[in-house]
Ligand binder design. Structure first.
Ligand SMILES: Nc1nc2c(c(=O)[nH]1)N[C@H]1C(S)=C(S)[C@@H](COP(=O)(O)OP(=O)(O)OC[C@H]3O[C@@H](n4cnc5c(=O)[nH]c(N)nc54)[C@H](O)[C@@H]3O)O[C@H]1N2
Ligand SMILES: Nc1nc2c(c(=O)[nH]1)N[C@H]1C(S)=C(S)[C@@H](COP(=O)(O)OP(=O)(O)OC[C@H]3O[C@@H](n4cnc5c(=O)[nH]c(N)nc54)[C@H](O)[C@@H]3O)O[C@H]1N2
Ligand SMILES: [Mo]
Length: 771
């Protein structure tokens, strides 16, 4: 059966709105995934591909970083995993004719949705200075263009090497090696916009910037708190794990300004009960918190635990605190001084609800806290996550079964890329190990993260932008500033699978280098290769694609790095780039000697399901911090201020997108269909501001630089969010996020608490705005 042609553009944005749903998945999820898959891949390829997702000899799902369980179903996929696979395994193709037909300036007027729908990139393409169109370019010439431009720079620090989180361990390890041999630590990555706040907070407090929980801990927990996360859409397989935990008696508290359907009830499509019956209710207690109120909430819960301990000594774990922690007295003093009224103001919660939460906490011997972007993308994200750690430390909820911190990562290998050294501020020990293994002196000065990279482009101090995947201009904040910055570069280069906006908002010259996806066979001179990835819980395993590549001209990411490195570094490099390209096990051999936890790498991969990386706090309550113990911290409590007549806006994902990749225009669980320019506002707030349901508004963000940032033409949807709060989709709302509005310490764009006003739009913008 033929696949369907892509939809027309521009998208008329007049969404249908119905009440939000109260359960996720079930039969409709299967129907939707099969429909999307068939449109992109046809029937046979759909069946062949979806059966291979996350199987032990198959490929790692390019969707999220949630781990695979030991017991795998014949179809270990979820609706959004299936969409991610279909997006990559699509049979649609972009050939040079497409670029001959469409000038770059016209492509820049298209929506991101339309660009992504055109299909897989098939050939390297070059946009010469002053040219209107991309033209095909042979690979060897493409590498010459990049190498010449890099070598012409006054300093290696004028180059930026971005990574998105789908890159395999092997490619990531070589990419950072190349950047450092070239002479820079400018390795910004999507993590800078994602879980950087978790990394910063956890490294300081427990000494390891990763989660301490394994999949088997979830059903062992008495209580799981899910704060600032929407797993029904973004980590659907997590619902299966939560369902299993419920069956084992675990209780769940959800902390979120939005009542997300997936956390209310899960209808597991892999069980009869899920398909035909009512499914499983997941949340036992819902704390509908105001945006940014979490630090105040966790501080209050800690205060209440300390008070409870005065009459019930085991409300806090004194032995653990004495033996394993530092800074308790200072923290306890700050917690005791923390105030109820301030917490109720910051959170919008009532006293009774907080007390119910406290009783569930006191009843729980072991607690896991899971979180994602709802905690990481605020100005005070790092102190918020440190507050979660304080709360867990009080009852010794780390380093024992059923307890711990569980930051749930986004991109399928974002955690592995970091482990492989994709980091602008590498640890000295990592650089020492590189130096010893490869015999060159890596740069020691810290490099630039995402926000600092944008400033460097804007100010002309960075001149070459190279991206290993991702869609930098759409994912980054302050779209106008970022796009203008990108246009100042001398050369922009994107290693990509699909067309996106970053290919059409370019520097003076630009290259698109098409690459293999996860699902595709990777053939090199020594035979078929596999790669490895690390999931959100530190499990490393192999991933092997089986599909024929989208085009004969694709190179693997690994091969691209190897060839570029040879061309750029020439005889100056003693690194065996040719051998690395020929046989990926030679890369793993080097990784095993440089990266802690990877000794005997190749052999450990033979174990079914792979192996788990060591984690001091989890394994034996070893805390490699500055104090050698787990650190309590007593940062001042913060929460966003909301001026009169304004709303706090969070930027979120719909059910039909993967970051900047738009699969479709519906957000089924929230009752939105056929459009993305919607803003969800509490009915009473909307009425007070004069916006009936179905009216249109511009969103105008207010920031201390006084500059107006406007996103025009949003349909107002009356929605049961927390009072004073609003929500709209990213990337459309990235125009509203000021470049300087970032989290303290982690520098992550604070896209979850923007002060905005609603303004009646000029009539003509009401229904013609595109996604
Ligand atoms: N299908 C699909 N899967 C994905 C992605 C995708 O786009 N599509 N993206 C991947 C990536 S890179 C990532 S990082 C993850 C993102 O996964 P999530 O973090 O789940 O994604 P968001 O849509 O940003 O949702 C943030 C959630 O936090 C809540 N929230 C916002 N602010 C606050 C707050 O101040 N306090 C509390 N308690 N809650 C708050 C929001 O209401 C929302 O439920 O998903 C990954 N998986
Ligand atoms: N306002 C706001 N902004 C945000 C966020 C938010 O919540 N709100 N979330 C932030 C977060 S958590 C993240 S992680 C970032 C995401 O930032 P990015 O990771 O940069 O963006 P993606 O949209 O995931 O990138 C999609 C592109 O990756 C390419 N691609 C896909 N698969 C492959 C592959 O296997 N190899 C290669 N080389 N390329 C591939 C395709 O060309 C596709 O167009 O956005 C951040 N931006
Ligand atoms: Mo992310």
């Amino acid at each position: 059966m033929a696949t369907q042609p892509p939809a027309d553009d521009p998208v008329q944005d007049a969404p249908d709105v119905s009440p939000p749903q109260h359960a996720a998945a079930g039969l409709p999820a299967i129907g939707h995934s099969l429909r999307v898959a068939r449109q992109q891949m046809g029937v046979r390829r759909t069946a062949r591909t979806l059966l291979r997702v996350n199987q032990k000899d198959g490929f790692d799902c390019p969707g999220c970083a949630w781990p695979e369980g030991e017991k795998r179903h014949a179809a270990e996929f979820c609706e959004n995993g299936a969409k991610a696979v279909a997006e990559e395994a699509t049979l649609r193709r972009i050939t040079p004719d497409f670029f001959a037909e469409h000038p770059v300036a016209r492509l820049a007027e298209r929506s991101g949705y339309w660009l992504g729908q055109q299909g897989r990139l098939t050939q390297p393409m070059y946009l010469a200075e002053g040219a209107d169109h991309y033209e095909p370019v042979p690979w060897e010439r493409a590498f010459d263009i990049v190498a010449d431009e890099l070598r012409a720079l006054d300093s290696p620090d004028e180059a930026l090497f971005y990574t998105s989180g789908r890159t395999s361990n092997e490619a990531a390890f070589l990419y950072q090696l190349f950047a450092r041999e070239f002479g820079t630590n400018n390795l910004p990555d999507c993590s800078n916009m994602c879980h950087e706040s978790s990394g910063s907070a956890l490294t300081e407090t427990i000494g390891v910037g990763k989660g301490s929980v394994l999949l088997e801990d979830l059903p062992r927990a008495d209580l799981i708190i899910v704060a600032g996360q929407n797993p029904g859409t973004n980590h659907p397989r997590m619902l299966t794990a939560l369902e299993a935990a419920k069956a084992a008696g675990t209780r769940i508290i959800t902390v979120n300004p939005l009542p997300e359907a997936g956390m209310e009830r899960f209808k597991n499509p892999q069980t009869a009960r899920g398909l035909a019956g009512g499914g499983t209710a997941l949340t036992d207690l819902f704390l509908q918190i105001r945006l940014g109120g979490d630090q105040a909430l966790f501080r209050l819960l800690s205060r209440l635990l300390l008070e409870a301990a005065e009459s019930t000594p085991d409300a806090v774990d004194r032995a653990f605190i004495a033996e394993h922690t530092h800074g308790f007295e200072e923290f306890a003093a700050a917690a005791r001084a923390h105030d109820w009224d301030e917490t109720l103001r910051a959170t919008g919660l009532d006293r009774d609800t907080v007390e119910r939460a406290l009783r569930m906490i006191l009843d729980a011997k072991s607690i896991v806290v899971c979180w994602a972007m709802g905690l990481t993308q605020h100005k005070h994200a790092v102190p918020t996550i440190k507050e979660v750690v304080n709360f867990l430390l009080l009852r010794g909820n780390i380093g024992r079964p059923g307890a711990g911190v569980c930051p749930v990562r986004g991109h399928s290998n974002v955690q592995g890329d970091r482990t492989m050294g994709i980091f602008e501020r590498p640890a000295p020990a990592f650089l020492d190990a590189l130096e010893k293994e490869f015999g060159f002196a890596p740069p020691r000065e810290h490099g630039l993260d995402v926000v600092r990279s944008i400033r460097a482009l804007r100010d002309g101090t960075a001149k070459v932008f190279f991206a290993m995947g991702g869609n930098f201009v759409s994912a980054s904040p302050d779209t106008e500033v970022t796009e203008a910055a990108m246009r100042r570069a001398r050369l922009t280069v994107h290693v990509s699978t699909k067309l996106n906006r970053s290919h059409v908002v370019t520097g003076a010259r630009a290259l698109i280098l098409p690459t293999l996806g996860r699902t595709e066979r990777d053939r090199q001179a020594s035979g078929d290769q596999f790669v490895t990835v690390e999931d959100s819980m530190g499990m490393v395993h192999a991933s092997r694609g089986r599909l024929e590549p989208a085009s004969e001209q694709l190179l693997s990411e690994t091969a691209i790095v190897c060839r570029l490195a040879r061309r750029t570094l020439g005889a100056g490099s003693g690194t065996p780039w040719e051998e690395f390209e020929r046989d990926y096990s030679s890369i793993r051999d080097r990784i095993s000697r440089v990266v802690p936890g990877f000794d005997d790498f190749e052999n450990k991969l033979r174990r079914p399901g792979g192996f788990t990386l060591p984690h001091g706090p989890r394994d034996d309550r070893r805390f490699p911090t500055a104090t050698g113990r787990a650190n309590f911290t007593a940062a001042p409590v913060e929460y966003p201020e909301l001026p009169d007549g304004r709303l706090l806006l969070q930027t979120i994902r719909s059910h039909d997108q993967y970051n900047t990749t738009i699969y479709g225009l519906d957000d089924r669980y929230r009752g939105i269909r056929g459009g993305r320019r919607v803003v969800l506002v509490h009915p009473e707030d909307a009425r007070a501001l004069g916006f009936p349901d179905g009216s249109y508004t511009d969103l105008v963000s207010e920031w201390r630089d006084g500059r107006e940032r406007r996103a025009p033409g949003f349909r107002v949807v009356h929605y049961p969010t927390a009072r004073g709060c609003a929500a709209a989709y990213y990337p459309e709302t990235n125009v509203l996020v000021p470049l300087d509005a970032t989290a303290d310490t982690s520098n992550t764009p604070a896209g979850k608490s923007l002060v905005v006003r609603l303004e009646k739009p000029a009539p003509e913008t009401a229904v013609t705005a595109h996604t």
